[in-house]
Design a protein around this ligand. Structure first.
Ligand code: SF4
Ligand code: FE
Length: 489
C-alpha cells in the first residue's frame, strides 16, 4: 500500500494532458490549482497506514489474500459495506472535502457484479478481465476515476439520434487487438489526479445504441485522452493566499474535469463491455447504488466539520449559550445524523449478488442520496444564520496583512475578547467554504440528480404491495390474518 507521500510522488511520474484557465497544467501534484485536491486524495492513502483506522481503511483481498487499501476492495459482506461508509465519514471529517477516490472504487465494484451476469448470458470473459484489472489496481494501490456522465447533447434524444454521434462515448471501430473509442465524459471527480479512468455507460440503451454500450479502463495519460479541469466557486483564492480559501489544504469539492477521448485505443483486456446494450441499465443502477450509499458518509463527515465551525463561530461571537443558537446547532446535528443513519441502513441491508460480491440495498441507497440533495442546503442555511452576515462582507486576507489596515481589522473584527481576531476570521472563512458554492451543487447532482433517485425509489418500493395492504385494511379484500384470530367473524 502506498502512503500519502508515495501517492503524490506517483503523480509526479505521469503526464496526463490537463488544461485549466487557458493553460496546460504540467504537474498536477504541485500546481496550486490541483494540489489541494491531490492532498485530499492523499489522505485515502495516508490514513490506511494509521493503526487507529486499520480496520476501516484496509481490507483483505478476496483475490490474492493480501492486505489492501479498502478503496481497491470488492465488498465481501455487509460488514465491508458498513466499513466503507465509516471510512468515508472519517475522510470527510479529515479533509472537509471530497476525497474523490470513491467513484473508481464504486465503478470497479459495479463492473465486478454486472460482468458476471453478462458472461453468464453471452459466455464472454469480461468478468475475468475485471478480476485481472482489480488485482492490478490492488497490487499497485492505484486511484481510479469513475467516468459515467456523458455530455448528452440534446437530452430529449437517444445517443444514436444526436446530431453529433460523439455526444455519448462510443466505439468507433473494432481492431484485431482491441477497440477505438471517441466521446467525452463530464464532471469527472478526481480525474486529473487519478492513475486510471474507468468508463461506464451513463444510461439505459437500446439495440440501435449498442456501439454506446462500452465499458473500459484506460490510464490517464494514454494517447488521445485530454482533460479540461473545471472552475469552482472561489477557486482563484488559491492563487492569492491561504486564509481566504477557508480550507486551504484540501479545497472543498472533488476537482472535476471534462475528459475527452479522441480515438483512444483500448486493448481487449481493458474492455469490460462492448455492445451488450441490455446490461447498460444494470451497470448504471448498480454503480448509482454504490455511489448513493456514500453520501451519508462523506457529506456527513463534511457536515461534522461545518457543525464544529458553526459552534466555534458562535463561541467566538459570544453567543454560544443563546438558546436559539443551541437549537440551531442541534438541528444541524439531527439533519446530519439522519443522513448517516440512511448510509448505515442501506449498508446493513446490503445484498449478496450472484458474483459473490455485496452491494447496498438500492432503495435505501437512493433515499440516502435524495436526503443529501436537500439536507446540506438546510444545514448550510442554519450555519449562515448562526454565523451572521460577516461571511459575505469580511475584508480580504490581503487587507488583513496590509500594515495600513491590519490594526483596524484586528480591533474592529474582534469578537469574544479571549479569542484572537485571526482565529475568528479563519473560522468564518472555513464556514463559508464548507457551506457555499460548489460543494452544495455536488450534493445536488453528484451520483445523479434528485429525479434519478426518485425514479429508482419508485421502481424499488413495490407500490403494488402497498396498495394491497390498503385494500386489505379497508375491507375491500378479505383479511386472511384477521380471519385466523377471529374465526367467528
Ligand atoms: Fe467520494 Fe463523496 Fe467525493 Fe463522491 S462526493 S467521490 S462519495 S467523497
Ligand atoms: Fe461525488
Amino acid at each position: 500500500m502506498m502512503d500519502g507521500k508515495e501517492y503524490i510522488e506517483s503523480l509526479r511520474k505521469i503526464k496526463p494532458v490537463v488544461y485549466y484557465m487557458g493553460r496546460r497544467i504540467e504537474n498536477v501534484a504541485d500546481d496550486p490549482a490541483t494540489a489541494p485536491h491531490v492532498n485530499a486524495a492523499a489522505l485515502t492513502y495516508e490514513l490506511a497506514h494509521d493503526h487507529r483506522y486499520e480496520e476501516i481503511m484496509t481490507a483483505r483481498s478476496h483475490l490474492t489474500g493480501e492486505k489492501i487499501n479498502r478503496f481497491t476492495h470488492i465488498h465481501q459482506s455487509t460488514d465491508d459495506l458498513v466499513k466503507k461508509v465509516r471510512m468515508m465519514r472519517l475522510l470527510g471529517q479529515r479533509t472537509g472535502s471530497c476525497f474523490q477516490r470513491c467513484v473508481g472504487f464504486d465503478a470497479m465494484n459495479a463492473l465486478y457484479i454486472v460482468t458476471y451476469n453478462v458472461d453468464k448470458k453471452y459466455k464472454t470473459d469480461y468478468h475475468e478481465r475485471v478480476k485481472d484489472f482489480v488485482k492490478y489496481v490492488q497490487k499497485k494501490d492505484l486511484m481510479c476515476a469513475g467516468a459515467m456522465t456523458d455530455v448528452k447533447g440534446d437530452r430529449s434524444l437517444k445517443p444514436h439520434q444526436q446530431a453529433d454521434p460523439d455526444l455519448y462515448v462510443r466505439v468507433v471501430r473494432k481492431e484485431e487487438g482491441g477497440i477505438v473509442v471517441r466521446g467525452a465524459k463530464a464532471h469527472i471527480t478526481g480525474a486529473v489526479n487519478s492513475h486510471e479512468i474507468i468508463v461506464l455507460p451513463t444510461r439505459a440503451l437500446t439495440e440501435k445504441d449498442s456501439s454506446y454500450a462500452v465499458a473500459f479502463a484506460v490510464p490517464v495519460d494514454a494517447e488521445g485522452v485530454k482533460m479540461i479541469f473545471g472552475r469552482q466557486t472561489n477557486d482563484s483564492r488559491r492563487f492569492e493566499g491561504e486564509i481566504d480559501c477557508g480550507n486551504p489544504k484540501y479545497a472543498t469539492v472533488g476537482g472535476e474535469a471534462l475528459i475527452i477521448f479522441e480515438d483512444v485505443f483500448l486493448p481487449w483486456e481493458r474492455v469490460f463491455m462492448c455492445g451488450e446494450y441490455e446490461f447498460a441499465a444494470d451497470l448504471v443502477e448498480v454503480f448509482a447504488t454504490f455511489h448513493r450509499q456514500n453520501y451519508g458518509g462523506c457529506k456527513v463527515g463534511v457536515a461534522d466539520a461545518l457543525i464544529g465551525a458553526a459552534a466555534c463561530v458562535a463561541e467566538y461571537n459570544g453567543v454560544a449559550n443563546a438558546p436559539h443558537i443551541i437549537d440551531k446547532i442541534t438541528e444541524m446535528i439531527h439533519l446530519a445524523e439522519t443522513c448517516w443513519s440512511c448510509s448505515l441502513a442501506c449498508s446493513y441491508e446490503g445484498i449478496k449478488t450472484p458474483s459473490g460480491a455485496y452491494m447496498p440495498n438500492p432503495l435505501l441507497a437512493n433515499v440516502t442520496k435524495l436526503n443529501i440533495t436537500r439536507f446540506p442546503y438546510e444545514w448550510s442555511r442554519l450555519a449562515h444564520d448562526i454565523a451572521g452576515g460577516i461571511i459575505a462582507t469580511m475584508p480580504s486576507e490581503k487587507d488583513y496583512k496590509n500594515p495600513e489596515t491590519r490594526e483596524l481589522i484586528e480591533k474592529y473584527l474582534k469578537g469574544y475578547a479571549e479569542i484572537p481576531t485571526e482565529h475568528r476570521i479563519r473560522m468564518l472563512r472555513l464556514l463559508e467554504n464548507l457551506s457555499m458554492g460548489s460543494g452544495l451543487i455536488e450534493s445536488m447532482h453528484g451520483a445523479g440528480s434528485p429525479q434519478a433517485q426518485k425514479i429508482m425509489m419508485l421502481r424499488r418500493s413495490d407500490l403494488d404491495k402497498k396498495k394491497e395492504i390498503a385494500r386489505v385494511l379497508s375491507g375491500i379484500v378479505e383479511d386472511e390474518l384477521h380471519k385466523k384470530i377471529r374465526p367467528s367473524n
